[in-house]
Design a protein around this ligand. Structure first.
Ligand code: SF4
Ligand code: SF4
Length: 372
């Protein structure tokens, strides 16, 4: 495959957190070490090679960067300290910015002013919307002793906002996913019959829900913690976006009611894993926590604070503290909304779509090649 050379790639990925590409002399030890590099995909050495040579088209057409789960084994084995694991992570950030047609992703990844400005700006807009449009701040409690939250933030209004926001997220993410599809398939998309796309279609939901290739890494704890995190945010996302009238009630259900139990379990999962990751990154106790891009920190902190304000809000509501409930609700939304609007289509969270798609397209290509 012919590929145009872009000599700026190395500098760009350096900004995105890659190791020193000049250190790599292609001994291949990292690829031999990687437990996931097999079955026709070779990484991380090949990814580093594409970056060194500025082969942008090849990089964009290759699924390899998304097949890495960043276990860090390759970085430990590299005799040159070239940090191949971190470099593949930087390649994923670079690809995320290339798929994004708005150009926002690259700005958010490379400029702290854009990154923090976007979060703070969106958060302030949420606060302003509440200041202008909030309902009555009723201090009288419900017969069960809870706060009348739905007077302050009517559930049908918040639900409508959720749906509009969900549509916005889907529009940007899916358009970027489509661009990834075009790049990865290239000319093959005209040659590969549709039946192969259908026969492998289950790869998408399976890898989206389980990320099960990660289990093959040396430390299965990484995959287990990630699954706990997925349980937490998927449960919360489904309850908030899909079933808000069931979730945001004034009625105080008994502790064992599914609404409360699911909420507690999901919150505990989110707080545990994000707390664990934040402490790990502060201590730098593991190799994968040695380097932290500012976007890694922002994502973790936003997710942790969203969970923390969510549970505080709940405790204030059920224990009858009206003003604390209203104020915490606004703070909670002012963190949640920027986190979703920025991280899902333009940031770290977009990997939830790109990684299963890369695995799927790789399988489609493999299947088509096998019957040639
Ligand atoms: S990144 Fe390190 S281990 Fe991998 S090929 Fe380069 S020098 Fe060798
Ligand atoms: S970080 Fe782990 S999965 Fe990724 S390339 Fe290195 S060894 Fe393979």
């Amino acid at each position: 495959m012919a590929s145009k050379v872009d000599l700026q790639i190395a500098a760009k990925t350096r900004k995105l957190g890659s190791g020193d590409l000049d250190k790599c002399y292609h001994c291949g030890i990292c690829t031999a070490t990687c437990p996931l590099s097999a079955n026709g995909v070779s990484f991380p050495r090949k990814v580093l090679r594409n970056l060194q040579l500025g082969l942008k088209d090849r990089l964009m057409a290759s699924p390899e960067p998304w097949l890495c789960y960043y276990c860090g084994d390759c970085s430990e084995s590299c005799p040159q300290g070239a940090e191949p694991g971190e470099t593949v992570m930087a390649a994923r950030r670079f690809l995320t910015s290339l798929y994004d047609w708005t150009g926002l992703s690259f700005k958010l990844y490379t400029s702290k002013a854009w990154e923090f400005g976007a979060v703070i700006g969106l958060g302030l807009l949420v606060v302003l919307a509440f200041v202008i449009f909030h309902g009555p701040m009723v201090t009288e409690l419900t017969p069960e002793g809870g706060v009348q939250l739905n007077s302050f933030a009517p559930v049908h209004v918040i639900e409508t906002f959720d749906i509009v926001m969900g549509g916005f997220l889907a529009l940007f993410l899916l358009s970027n996913v489509f661009r990834m599809f075009l790049h990865v398939m290239g000319d093959d998309r005209k040659k590969i019959p549709l039946k192969y796309y259908f026969s492998e279609i289950m790869t998408l939901p399976i890898h989206f829900a389980t990320q099960r290739r990660w289990k093959d890494c040396e430390d299965p704890g990484l995959w287990k913690r990630h699954m706990v995190l997925v349980f937490g945010y998927v449960t919360m996302f489904v309850m908030i976006v899909g079933f808000l009238p069931w979730f945001q009630t004034e009625k105080i259900h008994p502790f064992w009611h599914p609404q409360r139990l699911l909420g507690y379990l999901a919150t505990a999962a989110l707080l545990y894993v994000t707390g664990y990751m934040i402490v790990g990154r502060i201590k730098k106790s593991r190799l994968i926590h040695k380097f932290s891009h500012s976007t890694d920190w922002l994502f973790l902190i936003l997710l942790f604070l969203t969970s923390l304000t969510g549970i505080l809000l709940h405790l204030f509501r059920v224990n009858g503290f009206p003003m604390s409930t209203y104020v915490t609700y606004v703070i909670h939304m002012a963190i949640l909304v920027p986190m979703l609007m920025i991280e899902v289509p333009f940031g770290k969270w977009s990997h939830l779509a790109y990684r299963p798609l890369a695995i799927y397209l790789h399988k489609v290509k493999q299947k088509a090649a096998a019957v040639k």
